[in-house]
Design a protein around this ligand. Structure first.
Ligand code: CTP
Length: 428
């Protein structure tokens, strides 16, 4: 990403406003043109002269100044990126409602640039149902929410609500800008059909909108389909391409998680940023997952695992002359890896399974899903229908996610990346 962009830093009225000076400075040092829009409350916490000296530009607050140059929309229209830090509970509520009663509100409403906010408030305010709903609304609109972190707050108390450190906010903001640049160039270069265009747009917005919310989480994902050898040249396998598991890995990496991808015979490339552990058989997958799960926060079994393997693997190619017109194979059960991982779950670890079912009746499908989640003992089960033409190699997916009690917590359809985003929303 090139430097020299136009960045609006919105500062609102919280103690953490003093830290916003470092955010402004970081952008200026990159060579960006930085325009500070501060609320009147913000200027009670940090001085205008400081912000003007550091940003090297006038600091704007008043909606009724600069009317001749239509400043209330001009600043937002010129922005490549808007960062609001700190974002108070009040400001978040205003943004969620689209209120424009001050210059910052107008600037944001008049802009199509990516918006990054860094909430800062006391724990009770952050946990308040109103704030949670407002933050959720903003996330759904593609706003990147950085933090808040946990730690010492303004008073003697500590907890969630502390504004993230300036360098974390700047990094997340630059990632959002890069993601938005990428989405714009992808869309410009692409000759996708209109429906595909809408799907990729949503997925790109989803990735940009959630950047960083899984930072610090260690996620182990299995993807693909296992192959059980019969002889040196043949195997028993399944049609899983690995696309949904890889989409989960891609989305998790983009959202800041560190990802181990246990990859069974993928038909699609694995993302570069994962710790890739290739496996072939169910036994290898079992071993790799058990090792990786030891220090994982989240375990996702998206791989299609062979339930049976040949009792005997022939050392030489099976020859027709030796077997005749029919061939009987004896198969033995493989362990249920997901059930094993769920049984060995550490406190706080989240285990997610998938269920591939061919049942066409939606109610019966749901019943099968409920039976499966109870049998496996996992925290969530992603239920999807598969068949001759659905599921495996397809670019799209349609799922219902059940929790451990069998209640539907998510219904999602769309590209595998957008479905992955919805599943990962469970983890933040
Ligand atoms: N799974 C597993 N080990 C197996 C079989 C499946 O860990 N031996 C996991 C899959 O990765 C998936 C979930 O269990 O997350 C459900 O897989 P699915 O094939 O839908 O179900 P099965 O357990 O095979 O049950 P059934 O044969 O009754 O459909």
């Amino acid at each position: 990403m090139s430097s020299g962009r136009t960045i609006v830093v919105g500062i609102t009225g919280g103690i953490a406003a003093y830290k916003a000076v470092n955010i402004v400075r970081a952008f200026v040092l990159r060579g960006d043109s930085v325009h500070v829009v501060a609320t009147t409350a913000a200027l009670r916490f940090v001085g205008k002269p400081t912000l003007e000296a550091i940003s090297r530009n006038p600091v704007h607050t008043d909606l009724y100044e600069g009317v001749a140059e239509v400043r209330h929309v001009a600043i937002g229209q010129s922005a490549d990126l808007i960062v609001v830090a700190p974002a108070t509970a009040h400001t978040i509520a205003k943004l969620a409602c689209g209120l424009a009663d001050d210059l910052l509100g107008n600037t944001i409403l008049a802009s199509t640039a990516p918006l990054v906010i860094a909430p800062a408030m006391h724990t009770e305010m952050w946990n308040n149902a109103a704030t949670r709903a407002n933050v959720q609304t903003l996330r759904e609109r593609g706003v990147v929410v950085v933090g808040p972190g946990t730690g010492r707050l303004t008073g003697a108390d500590s907890g969630a609500g502390r504004m993230e450190e300036p360098d974390t906010i700047v990094a997340a903001a630059l990632a959002a800008l890069a993601a938005s640049d990428l989405a714009a160039s992808d869309l410009a270069a692409s000759d996708l059909a209109a429906s595909d265009l809408a799907a990729s747009d949503t997925a790109a917005a989803g990735v940009a909108g959630n950047l960083g919310d899984l930072r610090g989480k260690r996620i182990v994902i299995s993807a693909g389909g296992t192959r059980e050898p019969l002889d040196p040249v043949r195997f028993l396998g399944n049609r899983s391409s690995g696309k949904q598991g890889v989409a989960l890995a891609e989305a998790a990496v983009a959202r800041g998680a560190s990802v181990v991808l246990v990859a069974a015979n993928l038909e699609v490339p694995a993302p570069e940023q994962v710790d890739l552990r290739p496996v072939g058989t169910a036994a290898e997958l079992d071993r790799a997952m058990s090792i990786a799960a030891v220090d994982a926060d989240v375990v996702i079994m998206a791989a299609a695992v062979a339930d049976y393997r040949p009792a005997e693997v022939r050392p030489e190619k099976i020859k027709k002359d030796d077997t005749g017109d029919t061939l009987m194979l004896t198969l033995v059960r493989n362990p249920d890896i997901l059930a094993g991982l769920a049984a060995a779950k550490k406190p706080g670890q989240v285990v997610i399974g998938f269920a591939a079912e061919t049942e066409s009746d939606p109610d019966r499908l749901l019943t099968l899903g409920r039976e499966k989640v109870a049998r496996k003992g996992c925290d969530y089960l992603v239920l999807n229908r598969v068949g001759w033409t659905e599921g495996f190699a397809s670019e799209r997916n349609e799922v219902r996610v059940l929790d451990g009690r069998g209640d539907i917590v998510i219904e999602a359809s769309g590209s595998k990346l957008s479905v992955a985003e919805r599943i990962l929303d469970l983890l933040r």
